[in-house]
Design a protein around this ligand. Structure first.
Ligand code: PEP
Ligand code: MG
Length: 597
């Protein structure tokens, strides 16, 4: 895993495996620069009409681009196209359009300059507005402005849907919406300078099953157009100008990976039962209702985490009760009789609707008005979702999960609202089911230490290690600089997991884990040994995790976890894990975490 093989200018870049799989192909650099340098020049009076025409033509081209993107979005990804619908509405915005034409005519300046002035003016207006939807719109205006400006300046903007050769995209960053526009017939994979494993872009890439390496920092500076590159989304490596030997090695790895997946998938609808007959339920994490299909096809025993917040983002207004009810009902019916766990709105923090939700931009969004705090502060928004959940619960095994619980009062307040909503539905004669299982995310350290008290109030715990590690280690989960401290095998994290699982067993509370580590086979022996009854993971990870569990022995894993408690650091624990389970993991080409470490 070092910088060996550096012959014939072969260069290896190490990033974060965003989405597993290997692809080999020509690099295609997505240029996102070049629109900021706009100069001002005077337009003679007689040419003003033409200048306005030029601006109008750029707007028309931008509109056509957007319409084409929307039209070409496959049905399965339509959910992501709403951002372009919003852009389409904004393109016709009077202020954007009228003000620019006014400036061209009055100041007799070039269209680019006038347009840039309009955009800065609009941005300034939006800056002091506290309303989250309006500020979200400001961001949309900037993006629409970027598109129009490119059409105006003639700067080449890659339309991801238009790429004709089969290439690997190399970009500084790709938004989730852009990622969803990738034409899988044309694009083999992608690499970006920014982003991380838990970024929404990664999540979308995984749901599209396209190999991706993110957070490379200097990919766009190092890789040139048409360079031959290898992208290994499993171990997070990108190789530029690979030697013959490397090409052969990765082609083989790719074939092995594909062969292993075929075997895993063949058996993935079977239960995950260990050698000593302990059964674990392997559930899927989804972000959108249409992902239920892939969860089902990969053999999910239900949905363990439905991240509902993505339905609230990048749209002019929050979804209505009917819209939410329809989505939840569809999901619960598709999975029935298997369970569906709907996590209530976990908005803000790293999933900010706007990065601001008081009257001022939050200094520390991850420590701010996020998740249950936001919902309890905005009961009307919360109640709308709770009503939809209780109504959908009449159609299958639906469970509710409250995120970011830090203590007892939050649980009691959330439950009180849930029952209040149930009373209201009853009084209104609307079909619903109030008798549903209630769970809380254990992802804030205070909840870990209060687990015994909280267990009296809920039916299940779901441990969110993405945040539990963030909040315990005091690291921003999106900050690459402190990523080295993101250690699921840190002794303090292991002790927390042990404490919560012990409490779960003692109190009869079902214990699930739904952080990203649950989908990484490397940690599965430890999770089995800790006694988790349910693991919830990205659907594509279900087949390998189920397959691995079938090769493990739960009693052995339990005593192994007891042995781990003596170690003082994460590297020691990782070493012990490799020395005990490396063989099984290696045999099955599972060593994702080790390869990344
Ligand atoms: C977690 O924090 O581990 C989790 C599953 O939730 P999210 O990644 O959505 O914060
Ligand atoms: Mg979380």
């Amino acid at each position: 895993m070092d910088m060996a093989d550096n012959l014939h200018d072969e260069i290896r870049l190490f990033g974060i495996g965003g989405s597993p799989g290997i692809c080999i192909g020509k690099a295609y650099i997505v240029d996102k620069e070049g629109v900021d340098i706009v100069s001002r020049y005077a337009i003679e009076k007689k040419d003003l009409k033409d200048e306005v025409k030029r601006f109008k033509a750029a707007v028309k081209r931008s509109k056509d681009d957007l319409l084409a993107i929307i039209d070409n979005t496959p049905d399965t990804l339509k959910q992501h196209a709403y951002v372009f619908e919003t852009h389409l509405q904004l393109i016709k915005d009077k202020m954007l359009y009228g003000l620019t034409i006014d400036t061209i005519e009055k100041e007799r300046v070039n269209a680019e300059w006038a347009f840039k002035k309009t955009i800065s003016h609009i941005k300034a207006m939006f800056q002091d507005i506290s309303d989250p939807y309006l500020r979200e719109r400001a961001e949309d205006i900037v993006q629409v402005g970027d598109r129009i400006m490119r059409n105006l300046t003639g700067a080449t903007r890659v339309n991801l849907a238009d790429i004709t050769a089969r290439v690997i995209l190399v970009a500084r960053d790709l938004s989730p919406a852009e990622t969803s526009q990738i034409n899988l017939k044309r694009v083999k994979g992608f690499v970006t300078d920014r982003g991380g494993k838990t970024s929404h872009t990664s999540i979308i890439a995984r749901s599209m099953e396209i190999p991706a390496v993110l957070g490379l920092e200097k990919a766009t500076r190092t890789i040139k157009n048409d360079d031959l590159i290898i992208v290994d989304g499993l171990s997070g490596i990108v190789i530029i100008n690979p030697t013959e030997a490397t090409l052969l090695e990765f082609t083989e790895r790719d074939q092995n990976y594909a062969a292993h997946r075929t075997v895993f998938i063949r058996d993935s609808h079977l239960a995950a039962v260990t050698l000593d007959k302990v059964e674990l339920k392997i559930l899927g994490n989804i972000e959108k209702p249409d992902e239920t299909k892939s969860a089902i096809s990969y053999g999910a025993d239900g949905i363990g985490l439905y991240r509902t917040e993505f339905q609230y983002m990048r749209r002019p207004s929050f979804p209505t009760e009917t819209e939410l009810f329809t989505h939840y009902k569809e999901t619960v019916e598709a999975l029935a009789p298997k369970p569906v766990t709907i996590r209530t709105l976990d908005i803000n923090g790293d999933k900010a609707i706007d990065g601001n939700n008081n009257n001022n931009r939050e200094e520390n969004p991850a420590l701010g008005l996020r998740a249950i705090r936001y919902c309890l502060k905005k009961p009307e928004i919360f109640k709308t979702q709770l009503r939809a959940i209780l109504r959908a619960a009449a159609y299958g095994d639906l469970r509710v999960l409250f995120p970011m619980i830090s203590g007892y009062v939050e649980v009691m307040e959330a439950k009180a609202l849930l029952y209040k909503v149930a009373d209201e539905l009853e009084a209104e004669g609307i079909p619903h089911n109030r008798d549903i299982k209630i769970g809380i995310m254990i992802e804030v350290p205070s909840a870990v230490f209060l687990a015994e008290t909280l267990a009296e109030e809920v039916d299940f715990f779901s441990i969110g290690t993405n945040d539990l590690i963030q909040y315990s280690m005091a690291i921003d989960r999106n900050n690459k600089e402190v990523m080295y401290l993101y250690q699921p095998m840190h002794p303090s994290i292991l002790r927390m997991l042990k404490h919560v699982t012990d409490v779960g067993r003692k109190t009869g509370t079902t214990i699930c884990i739904c952080g990203e580590m649950a989908g990484d086979p490397f940690y599965v022996p430890v999770l089995l040994g800790l006694g988790f009854q349910e693991l919830s993971l990205p659907p594509q990870s279900i087949p390998p995790v189920k397959s691995l569990l079938r090769a493990l022995n739960a009693a052995e894993a339990r005593s192994f976890v007891d042995e781990l408690m003596v170690y003082k650091s994460a590297p020691e624990i990782v070493k012990a894990l490799i020395s005990r389970y490396g063989g099984i993991l290696d045999d099955n080409a599972y060593l994702e975490a080790e390869a990344n470490s």
